[in-house]
Design a protein around this ligand. Structure first.
Ligand SMILES: Cc1cc2nc3c(=O)[nH]c(=O)nc-3n(C[C@H](O)[C@H](O)[C@H](O)COP(=O)(O)OP(=O)(O)OC[C@H]3O[C@@H](n4cnc5c(N)ncnc54)[C@H](O)[C@@H]3O)c2cc1C
Length: 271
């Protein structure tokens, strides 16, 4: 199928994109168009206008505030994978980016587009929740900062208001010696995850987090991350309790968490 007709509106600046979005309730942003394009072609989305933000320099801004780095939402997965975008985590983002889809998709798909699309199985959704990152949203009333683990409200649903866009992601720099594990289960290379888990072990910063993704909705940050990381809490029981009534068979998520915990431990051994 071909898309229903729409007006094409390349944005000339962030302010221009925001004005256009606020002025037209029937308009949609287009970034890498890797998720929106198929939806247009299948006519699952029929916006009256597309505001193209792919070329906006402001969405590629980087700000280092000392303890954290703001990365523009317009960086592509491939740029993050290739180290052309900054990686305040010294490699964790690069590794996650390289495992998204296929290179052709990574060449165009963007950090902001992936988060805004909020596919429950998407990589950045769980990685940013697991890292405890913040999303910087901008709309007609100015900017607001939302924790990544509170951004997704359901499948393909977020807290984004109609006039808002994601302009950046803010990631805290890990302490020396901090460790990270990310594991996702896919049937084939390049597929969306069937189950995923992250582990951030940064006790010096008071951040020991374990999160689960690919749950059909928002990711889940487990209650006792420190207990899981330090071996005082059984991953099997913790996952089953957290997903009770939400996932029929949580076994894949149990395995995902165990492997993410093991990956973080291996990172410790490699240091
Ligand atoms: C074959 C295939 C396999 C894939 N596999 C994976 C995978 O394994 N893991 C994974 O994570 N992803 C996967 N994806 C999705 C891919 O990562 C997309 O790039 C991403 O989901 C959307 O990013 P985009 O920049 O293309 O956004 P677009 O498609 O342009 O936009 C998606 C949505 O976000 C909105 N939007 C875009 N930018 C912004 C912004 N800055 N602020 C607010 N709203 C915005 C748009 O209006 C639209 O609603 C796959 C895609 C394909 C086609």
């Amino acid at each position: 199928m071909k898309p229903a007709p729409f007006a094409y509106r390349p944005a000339t600046s962030l302010a221009d994109a925001q004005r256009a979005l606020a002025a037209d309730a029937d308009a949609k942003l287009s970034a890498g168009n890797q998720s929106l394009g198929p939806m247009l072609n299948l006519r699952l989305a029929r916006p009256g206008a597309l505001i193209d933000i792919a070329g906006l320099a402001e969405l590629r801004a980087v700000t280092d505030s000392g303890g954290a780095v703001r990365i523009g939402a317009g960086f592509t997965h491939a740029e993050i994978e290739d180290g052309e975008a900054p990686d305040p985590t010294l490699g964790w983002l690069r590794a996650a980016a390289g495992a998204i889809a296929h290179r052709a998709v990574r060449n165009r798909g963007t950090l902001g587009g992936s988060l805004a699309h909020a596919d429950p199985a998407a990589d950045w959704v769980i990685v940013m929740a697991g890292l405890g990152a913040n999303l910087v949203l901008a709309g007609t009333n100015g900017e607001r900062v939302v924790p990544a683990d509170a951004f997704v409200t359901g499948p393909f649903e977020t807290v984004l208001r109609a006039d808002e866009m994601i302009v950046a992601v803010e990631i805290a720099k890990p302490s020396p010696g901090a460790r990270w594990g990310y594991w996702k289960y896919t049937r084939q290379v390049g597929e969306f995850a069937k189950a995923s888990a992250t582990v951030l072990d940064d006790p010096a910063a008071g951040r020991q987090r374990c999160a689960l993704g690919a749950l059909g909705g928002a990711p889940v940050v487990l209650a006792d991350g420190a207990g899981l990381i330090e071996g005082r809490v059984d991953p099997d029981g913790a996952v089953r309790a957290a997903l009770a009534g939400r996932v029929a068979d949580p076994q894949l998520h149990v395995v995902a968490l165990r492997r993410a915990l093991a990956a973080a431990k291996q990172a410790e051994a490699a240091q």
